[in-house]
Structure formats: C-alpha cells, structure tokens
Ligand binder design. Structure first.
Ligand code: HEM
Length: 187
C-alpha cells in the first residue's frame, strides 16, 4: 500500500494527526468510564450520561478519520519495517478502524434493543437503530464487552509497537504522528 523510504520528515497530514491524538484521549477515557460505571454503581447514571455522547463522538470522529484516510496518501513506511511488520501494521490499522466504527454502533444498537433512550447532551435523543428485543440486547451486551477487550488488546499492541520503534530502534517513528516538529527528527 505504501512504498519504502529512509527515515524522513514525512508525516501524516494535519487532520490525521489532530484526529489521532484527540481520538486516543477519547478512547482511553471511554475505557475507564465503561469499566468504572459497571464497577461503581453509585456513579452509573453520571458515567453513562458521559459514556453515550462520548461514544457517539468517537463514531463521528472515526468516520471523518476514515474519509481523510481514504482521500489522502500515507507517508511511506520506514525502512526499519520489514515486509511482515508492514503487513501486520496495515491489518492492525484496519482492525482499529473497524472496531472504532463498530463498537459505538454496538453500544447504540444495544440501548435501542433495550428500548432505552440514547440521550445526547441536553434533551436530544438519537433514534433507535435496532428493534426492541431482549435477546438481541443480551447478544449485543456481550458483543460490547468482547469488542471492548479486542479494542483494548489492539490498542495496547499498537502502543507496544510504537514504543519498540521509539526506544529500541530509535527510528523517529513518533515524528510521523507528532503535532509539532521534533528537534531530533532526522529529516
Ligand atoms: C469506542 C466507543 C466505546 C467504547 C470503547 C466502550 C467501552 C465500554 C466498556 C469497556 C464497557 C464496560 C463493558 C464490560 O465490562 O462489560 C461499556 C459498557 C457500556 N456501554 Fe460502551 N463503549 C463505547 C461506546 C458506547 C456507545 C456509543 C454507547 C451507547 C450509545 C455505549 C453504551 C454502553 C452501556 C449502556 C454500557 C453498560 C451496560 C450495562 O450497564 O450493562 N457504549 N462500554
């Protein structure tokens, strides 16, 4: 999908970099809120009131990000990445995109199946996207947990790979996604 170069100043475009870091913050917050709200029931209503609109915001950001990704060329892979790693990186990127789109839709459909309003900020409710059906709710509830684990595992693997390149190989991979130019960049 992309060609090889030596370490360079090539970076993702500005919208991609802004979306990357804002979504990283949103998704980490969403994990904490999701896990905490089912563990600490006294905070459940408050945390769910944040979890719903934050999840829908993640969905909207993921759509914008996908459009940006499909309409812009990527910077070339670093020369430090072999063919197998490039393939793994590409597939894990597709998996991340898929999960960032599917997980909020599962959450939205799950509440629709429970006939529970998907309240956004203020009095705005989203329409139901699934029929009222308690068996469907139970299936989607399990799917929401499984997708959360899968997203967490993919996200963790992504961070480990970036750490390996940054600390082990010192190939300046972070520069590609940084919001500002780094002093040590090799460009
Ligand atoms: C990327 C987006 C999202 C992530 C990462 C996420 C993550 C999570 C996590 C980790 C849990 C706890 C699950 C468990 O341990 O079993 C959870 C629960 C829940 N999520 Fe999400 N979620 C997202 C989007 C949404 C959306 C968009 C909605 C609804 C509009 C939603 C509704 C819920 C509800 C209602 C629960 C609690 C269900 C219960 O009380 O049993 N989520 N979520």
């Amino acid at each position: 999908m992309t060609t090889e170069t030596k370490p360079s100043t090539a970076r993702f475009n500005l919208p991609a970099r802004l979306l990357h870091w804002s979504m990283a913050v949103m998704v980490i917050a969403q994990f904490f809120i999701g896990v905490t709200m089912i563990a600490a029931l006294s905070y459940y209503p408050l945390l769910l009131a944040i979890h719903r609109p934050l999840g829908i915001a993640i969905l909207l950001f993921a759509i914008v990000r996908l459009v940006n990704r499909l309409t812009h060329r990527l910077p070339p892979f670093l020369a430090t990445m072999g063919p197998v790693e490039r393939r793994v990186a590409s597939y894990s990127e597709y998996l991340l995109y898929a999960l960032l789109l599917v997980q909020p839709l599962i959450g939205w459909a799950m509440l629709s199946a429970a006939q529970s309003p998907v309240v956004m900020v203020g009095a705005v409710d989203l329409p139901a996207i699934a029929p009222h059906n308690i068996t469907l709710y139970a299936t989607l509830r399990t799917a929401h947990t499984v997708a959360a684990y899968l997203l967490f595992a993919t996200f963790t693997a992504h961070i480990c790979a970036v750490l390996f390149h940054t600390v082990g190989l010192r190939d300046g991979i972070l520069h590609r996604m940084s919001l500002w130019p780094s002093r040590n960049n090799r460009g």
